[in-house]
Write a protein of this length. Structure first.
Lengths: 295, 337
C-alpha cells in the first residue's frame, strides 16, 4: 500500500502537465480564435463600427445597437417570429419522427442496413444551397399538402399563429424529415442498449408491448431524448437558411447597419437560442422519480 | 287462436334451439378468434411475431424512405427533362424523352472539374486536421484527472452553442491581420487549433469513444515504460479508429457543404461547387452571353441537373463508406453519459 501511494504522488503532478500538453492545441485555439473573437464582438456590439480599407473605426454608442435591434427593426422581429415558429414546429416533429423510425428499424430483422442508409442520406447532402433549390422547386413540402388542406378555410377558423404553424408544417415537411438522420441513429444506439431482461420481466407480469413502450422504453430513453432535443435545436439554429442567420449575414455588410449592429443581433440571437434550448430541456427532462414507498 | 299461435311458436323455437345455439357458439368462437388474432397482430409475443406485422412494418418503412428520398427522385427525373417537358403541365414526374443537354450545360456552368477539385481540397485538408486537436483534447479529458477538467468541458460545450455569427467577423479581422485570409490557410489554422466547423461535436464524440475503451492495456503499457504520447499513438488511436473515420467523413461532408464560412474565409481564391451553385443563375446567364447563344434561358431542369452534379460526389462517397458512419455512431456510445 505504502509503495503505491508514494509512487502515485509524482505521477499525479506530471499528469497535469501531460494533460495540458495534450489539450494545449485546443486551448490555444480556443483562446485566440474563439474567446478573443467573442470578447471582440461583444465590444463591437456596443460600438458603431466602420470599416475603412486601412483600419476599423469604432465609436461608442452604448446600448443603442441593442435597443435598435429589439425595438426599431421590424425585419429582425419578423425573422425572430419565423425562427420561433420553426423551433416550435420542427423540434417536436424531428424527435417524434426519428423515435418512430428508430423503433421501426429496431424491430425488423432483415434490411435494417438498407433503411438506415436511406434515412441517414439527407445528412450528407443537406447543405444550404441544395436545400434552397428544393424549397424553390416546391419539393420540400408535404406531397399534395396544399390540395388537402385549405389554407383560406383555416384562416377563418384558427388564430393566425396556429395557421402559420400549420403552413410551416406543410411547406417544409420533407425538409423537417431531412434533419432527422443523426437523431435516428442516436435513438437506435440507445434502443439497442436497453436492458432486455426488463422486458422479459414485464412480459411475465402480463404487460403488453404497448404498455412496455410507455412504461419501460420511453423512460429509459429519456436522457437520449434530451440529447437529441439539444442536438436538433442547435442544428436548426445554426443552419444556413435560418431566417435570423440570413438577416445577420445580410446586415454585416449593409451600409446602414455594419458590424456593430450585426454583433448586437448575434448576441441577442445567442441569448434567445439559450432560452429556447433551456425551455426545451426543461420540458423534456424528467425529474428523477420519487422512491417507491413500501407499505 | 292466440294460444294456438303461441304454441306453434314455442314448438318452432324448441325445434331450432340447437341450431341457434350452434350459430351462437360459432359466433362466440369467431369473436374469440378475432380477439386472439387482434392481440397477436398488435402485441405479438417476444419470440414469435405475426408475419402480417413484419410485412406491415416493412411497408411503413418503405413509405417513410420514399418520403425521404422523394426530393432526390424528383430531382433526378427533372434533370433529364427537355425544356418543353418542364413547361408542359401534363408532364409531372417522368420525362417524355430523356435529354442529356441539361447536364452538359450544368457542368459548364458549374465549371465542374476545377471546382470539384476546389471542393475536395477545401474539404479534405481541414477534415484531416479536425481529427488532430479535437482527439488530443478528448484524450486528455478522458484519461487524465486534473483541475479545470470540468471547466474545459464546459468551454467545449460553449463553442458548441455559440452561433458562428458572433465570432465570425472578429475571426476574419484576426485572420486578415495574420495575412492568411482568402487562402486555404485560414481553414488550416482554425482546424489545426481545434476551432473548425462543429469541432465540439467531434470532441464529445472522441471523448465518449475514449471513455468506452478499456484502460488496462494503456496502464500495462505505462508500467512497461511507454510515455503518454507513444501510448496515445500506438494504442488509443488505433483502437479509436472508427471515431477517426467518422470524424473525417462527417467533417468532410460539412466542409464540402459549407458556404457561409467559405465566402468569408476563402474569398475568391478557391471556388467550390456549393459556392458556384449559390450563384448558379447568374453564372449560367454569363456563360450564355459569352457564347453568344442568348436564346436559351435557364429552366428548372438545368437547376436540378446542377444540384444533382453538386451532391453526386457526396452520394458516391456516402454509398462507399456508409457502414463507417453507422459503425462510428454505433460504437461511440454517445448515449453513454
Amino acid at each position: 500500500m505504502k509503495n503505491t501511494s508514494v509512487k502515485k504522488i509524482p505521477k499525479k503532478k506530471s499528469e497535469i502537465w501531460i494533460a495540458l500538453l495534450f489539450s494545449s492545441l485546443w486551448i490555444i485555439g480556443f483562446l485566440v480564435f474563439s474567446l478573443y473573437p467573442l470578447i471582440q464582438s461583444l465590444l463591437f456590439s456596443f460600438n458603431q463600427v466602420n470599416v475603412t480599407p486601412t483600419e476599423i473605426v469604432q465609436t461608442n454608442v452604448g446600448f443603442e445597437n441593442f435597443r435598435a435591434v429589439l425595438f426599431d427593426d421590424p425585419d429582425f422581429r419578423n425573422a425572430l417570429r419565423t425562427y420561433l415558429i420553426q423551433m416550435v414546429v420542427y423540434v417536436p416533429i424531428i424527435i417524434v419522427v426519428s423515435l418512430v423510425i428508430a423503433l421501426l428499424l429496431n424491430t425488423i430483422r432483415k434490411g435494417k442496413g438498407f433503411f438506415r442508409t436511406i434515412f441517414f442520406l439527407p445528412v450528407i447532402i443537406s447543405s444550404g444551397p441544395v436545400i434552397k433549390q428544393f424549397i424553390d422547386q416546391g419539393v420540400a413540402s408535404f406531397p399534395g399538402g396544399q390540395d388537402v388542406i385549405n389554407i383560406d378555410a383555416l384562416n377563418t377558423m384558427l388564430p393566425s399563429f396556429m395557421v402559420e404553424i400549420t403552413t410551416t408544417f406543410i411547406d417544409s415537411f420533407i425538409m423537417i424529415l431531412w434533419f432527422t438522420g443523426i437523431e435516428i441513429l442516436i435513438f437506435l444506439v440507445g434502443l439497442q442498449k436497453l436492458d432486455k431482461s426488463m422486458y422479459e420481466a414485464a412480459k411475465i407480469d402480463g404487460a403488453s408491448s404497448w404498455e412496455c413502450f410507455w412504461k419501460i422504453t420511453l423512460p429509459a430513453l429519456n436522457p437520449i431524448i434530451v440529447i437529441n432535443v439539444i442536438f436538433a435545436v442547435i442544428m436548426q439554429s445554426m443552419f444556413d437558411l435560418n431566417p435570423i442567420i440570413s438577416k445577420i449575414r445580410a446586415d454585416m455588410y449593409a451600409v446602414e447597419f455594419g458590424f456593430g449592429y450585426a454583433a448586437a443581433e448575434a448576441w441577442i440571437y445567442f441569448v434567445i437560442l439559450l432560452l429556447v434550448l433551456g425551455i426545451y430541456v426543461l420540458i423534456f427532462i424528467r425529474k428523477p422519480s420519487r422512491k417507491v414507498k413500501h407499505d | 287462436m292466440i294460444n294456438m299461435w303461441l304454441g306453434k311458436l314455442k314448438q318452432f323455437f324448441t325445434r331450432i334451439k340447437p341450431t341457434l345455439n350452434k350459430i351462437g357458439r360459432f359466433f362466440r368462437r369467431l369473436w374469440e378468434k378475432i380477439q386472439v388474432f387482434v392481440h397477436w397482430f398488435l402485441f405479438p409475443s417476444n419470440d414469435r411475431r405475426a408475419p402480417v406485422v413484419s410485412v406491415l412494418l416493412i411497408f411503413l418503412l418503405i413509405i417513410f424512405s420514399f418520403i425521404y428520398i422523394y426530393p432526390l427522385l424528383y430531382m433526378v427525373s427533372y434533370s433529364f427533362m427537355s425544356a418543353e417537358d418542364v413547361v408542359d403541365p401534363l408532364v409531372k414526374y417522368v420525362p417524355t424523352k430523356v435529354v442529356f443537354t441539361n447536364y452538359v450545360d450544368a457542368l459548364k456552368t458549374l465549371n465542374y472539374w476545377p471546382n470539384l477539385g476546389g471542393s475536395f481540397l477545401v474539404a479534405f485538408i481541414p477534415s484531416i486536421l479536425q481529427c488532430g486537436a479535437n482527439s488530443l483534447l478528448a484524450y486528455a479529458l478522458s484519461r487524465f484527472n486534473f483541475r479545470g477538467k470540468k471547466v474545459l468541458l464546459a468551454l467545449v460545450l460553449l463553442t458548441f452553442v455559440v452561433p458562428q455569427q458572433i465570432t465570425m467577423i472578429p475571426q476574419v479581422v484576426l485572420l486578415s491581420k495574420l495575412k492568411i485570409i482568402d487562402t486555404i490557410f485560414s481553414y488550416i489554422i482554425l482546424t489545426t487549433f481545434g476551432q473548425g466547423i462543429r469541432g465540439a461535436v467531434f470532441v464529445l464524440l472522441f471523448y465518449s469513444f475514449f471513455n468506452q475503451l478499456p484502460k488496462s492495456i494503456e496502464e500495462s503499457a505505462k508500467i512497461d515504460g511507454a510515455n503518454a504520447f507513444t501510448i496515445f499513438l500506438k494504442i488509443a488511436v488505433p483502437s479509436a479508429l472508427p471515431a477517426y473515420i467518422l470524424t473525417f467523413l462527417l467533417s468532410f461532408v460539412w466542409y464540402y457543404n459549407e458556404t457561409v464560412l467559405a465566402t468569408l474565409y476563402l474569398g475568391n481564391d478557391i471556388t467550390t461547387l456549393t459556392l458556384q451553385l449559390e450563384v448558379f443563375k447568374s453564372a449560367y446567364e454569363a456563360m450564355m452571353n459569352q457564347s453568344g447563344s442568348t436564346g436559351k434561358s435557364i429552366n428548372e431542369a438545368i437547376y436540378m441537373a446542377g444540384t444533382f452534379m453538386t451532391i453526386l460526389p457526396l452520394l458516391v462517397i456516402y454509398f462507399i463508406t456508409q457502414r463507417f458512419f453507422v459503425e462510428g455512431i454505433d460504437r461511440a456510445g454517445i448515449t453513454g453519459e
